[in-house]
Design a protein around this ligand. Sequence first.
Ligand SMILES: [Zn+2]
Length: 142
Amino acid sequence: MFDVEQQPDLAFSKPVVGPYSSPFGLKRFFNGEPRNPHSGLDIAAPTGTPIQAPAAGKVVLTGDFFFNGNVVYMDHGQGVISMFCHLSEIKVKQGDVLDKNQILGKVGATGRVTGPHLHWSVSLNNVRIDPMLLLPKETQAE
Ligand SMILES: [Zn+2]
């Protein structure tokens, strides 16, 4: 049974099948003014595409937020937190313990977005890291 105190399995799997549409750290501009660099990795996929847990973990929060839309937060252990944004459907609830590859929701376009995609952020002790670093080499080029 997964426990949030355990060491995370850092060999993650790609949570959604689809092309990467916006990399982590991309510098963005709005009306010519710099904004915060992109805090996650975007994967483009049609609304309704299943999102699989990239690693085992516990659902620590779900909600519907203005910018991020329907969101699921997962704790993979030892302060490694995934955030999945813009979901069309949330299939889990707070407190659920998920196996790797278990479906947690579906891709959507909720919140402030222009089209359906998964925005996936990973933070390590509150510092955002590039989720790509946790994915196997063969899925980094897709
Ligand atoms: Zn994004």
